[in-house]
Ligand binder design. Structure first.
Ligand code: 13P
Length: 342
């Protein structure tokens, strides 16, 4: 491991008010999103959609890194250019999702444990060879009566830390993603409590497993009330609760925090990230950035609908979301941009 290269990559991922584009949906997840819009679920439609994304003009102005999936990192444009080359030529760092999914956890009804450690060292070496310089692993924490359990939090935190250590050994920056889900009727306070406990446990494990904090990125959820909670706090209240929670649990050595969007609308995700940067940016030890999938892609996917004739409009929508989120990192996003463009 070359620690300085890891640190340089981690810093580059959050430099220039840019952020990450998560386009690492597994085939089943991608197919599910296609099915809802009546798009055929084939390898070729997935490839064509990913080509639309990576060839979006100007994407590198707002996006520092793109997270790919195993199928996607091996694919090419119609003209034969590998996606990894297209991305790299656009000034975007290629990344790769390396977990193999969240599975039911034995002895823990309603909870998930993320798998993928077996054989990971060899897979990471191959991805590095292919040009990837960072990786992602997502742990899922579900809120409900009596859960999450300590068993679930600890097992997921340890897996995240073992993944992160292997990534750094292989020269890849680990994006460490413990996601507390939005589904449920829990309050913002409960999300805050659980997110803090999860993050403290994750950072304990990262320390125990000798992960270099300067050479990683944290990808957490924002602190939000459950989707079915009757009390929905304002954008500023969410920003305050999220930053307060992160300040308690995330060491200052971490260069950047890049939020997942988790099913928030694209506009709300931008507005909440913006509010955090407006209110706290000058006082925070780490950059507050984005690593959105749905909150960047969804509007574009809905326009595209699998139809070549909609390609340019879909790319414009994708670029617009990326641009809104870059503005949110600067604390310069506002709702008018949704009408007039940035
Ligand atoms: P969302 O932004 O759609 O939550 O996806 C982020 C991600 O990478 C999930 O692992």
């Amino acid at each position: 491991m070359n620690a300085q290269e890891l640190i340089d990559t981690a810093r580059a991922l959050v430099a220039g008010n840019k952020g990450l584009l998560a386009m690492d949906e597994s085939n089943p997840t991608c197919n599910k999103r296609f099915a809802r819009l009546g798009i055929p679920q084939t390898e070729e439609t997935r490839r064509a959609y990913r080509e639309l994304i990576v060839t979006t003009p100007g994407l590198g102005e707002c996006i520092s890194g793109a997270i790919l999936y195993d199928e996607t990192i091996r694919q090419q444009k119609t003209d034969g250019t590998p996606f990894v080359k297209v991305i790299t030529d656009a000034g975007i760092i290629p990344g790769i999702k390396v977990d193999t999914g969240a599975k039911d956890m034995a002895g823990h009804p309603g909870e998930k444990i993320t798998e993928g450690l077996d054989g990971l060292r060899d897979r990471l070496a191959e991805y590095f060879q292919m040009g990837a310089r960072f990786a992602k692993w997502r742990a899922v924490i579900t809120l409900d009566a009596g859960i999450p359990s300590r068993g679930c939090i600890e097992a997921n935190a340890q897996a995240l830390a073992r993944y992160a250590a292997l990534c750094q050994e292989a020269g890849l920056v680990p994006v460490v993603e413990p996601e507390v889900l939005m589904e449920g009727d829990h309050t913002l306070e409960r999300c805050c409590e659980v997110t803090e406990e999860v993050l403290r446990t994750v950072f304990n494990q990262l320390y125990t497993q000798r992960v270099t904090l300067e050479g990683m990125i944290l990808k957490p959820n924002m602190v939000l009330p459950g989707l079915a909670c009757s009390m929905q706090e304002t954008v500023d209240e969410v920003a305050d609760a999220t930053v307060k929670c992160l300040l308690r649990a995330v060491p200052a050595a971490v260069p950047g925090i890049a939020f997942l969007s988790g099913g928030q609308s694209a506009e709300l995700a931008s507005a909440r990230l913006n509010a955090m940067n407006v209110r706290f940016k000058s006082r925070l030890p780490w950059a507050l950035a984005f690593s959105f999938a749905r909150a960047i892609q969804q509007p574009a996917l809905e326009i595209w609908q699998g139809d070549e004739a909609h390609l340019l409009a879909a790319q414009q929508a994708l670029y617009h979301r990326a641009e809104c989120n870059r503005a949110a990192r600067r604390g310069e996003y506002n709702a008018a941009m949704e009408v007039t463009g940035v």
